[in-house]
Design a protein around this ligand. Structure first.
Ligand code: GDP
Ligand code: MG
Length: 166
């Protein structure tokens, strides 16, 4: 099985931390060169059964100018080419305008979107369910997966769920 996965989320939610953990020492390609103007390969996760190419999609943020709108449109159109989109949020912070902006745009994409609730190590387990309900009321996410990218909690589950969509 092989496919393409895009990780999106506002700055500092833990996207790079997750990628580093997943790709780890098994880095096949780690390139700063743009593959296209929109997509940048961040790393490839390889097992005997699967190969998952992780793609960074720059420019997903609330635009400050009209030109910015165009760039965001272009970034989102790149989602047509991926098998799964991982939308990552920081569960330890309140949902903010940056998250909401991305959520609105994600409603228009065709690829399955997983909500990845990162930094579960920073919250009490009792806080988890209300947060899930909050996000679930906004978008019908294909999957909702709480993880800790830095501690590694549940990252294996995330990978095995992603593999089902390749
Ligand atoms: P990015 O901007 O989305 O790529 O975020 P980074 O991967 O650079 O992470 C931003 C900060 O959050 C760094 O200081 C990370 O160490 C921290 N971080 C990432 N994942 C976790 C996590 O699961 N738990 C905690 N406590 N911190 C995390
Ligand atoms: Mg980063």
């Amino acid at each position: 099985k092989s496919g393409f996965v895009s990780i999106v989320g506002r700055p500092n939610v833990g996207k790079s931390t997750l990628l580093n953990r997943i790709v780890g020492q098994k880095i096949a390609i780690m390139s700063d060169k743009a593959q296209t103007t929109r997509n940048k390969i961040q790393g490839i996760y390889t097992t005997p059964e699967s190969q998952i190419v992780f793609i960074d999609t720059p420019g997903i943020h609330k635009p400050k100018h009209r030109l910015g709108d165009f760039m965001v449109d272009s970034a989102f159109s790149a989602f047509r080419e991926v098998d799964v989109i991982l939308f990552m949020v920081n569960i330890a912070e309140k949902r903010g305008p940056g998250d909401n902006f991305i959520i609105e745009r994600l409603k228009t994409v065709k690829s399955p979107v997983f909500l990845v609730l990162n930094k579960i190590d920073k919250i009490h387990p009792d806080q988890l369910l209300p947060i899930i309900e909050d996000y679930r009321s906004l978008v019908d996410f294909e999957q909702i997966i709480p993880i800790s990218a830095s501690e590694g909690n549940n990252v294996d589950t995330l990978l095995s769920e992603v593999t089902k969509y390749l």
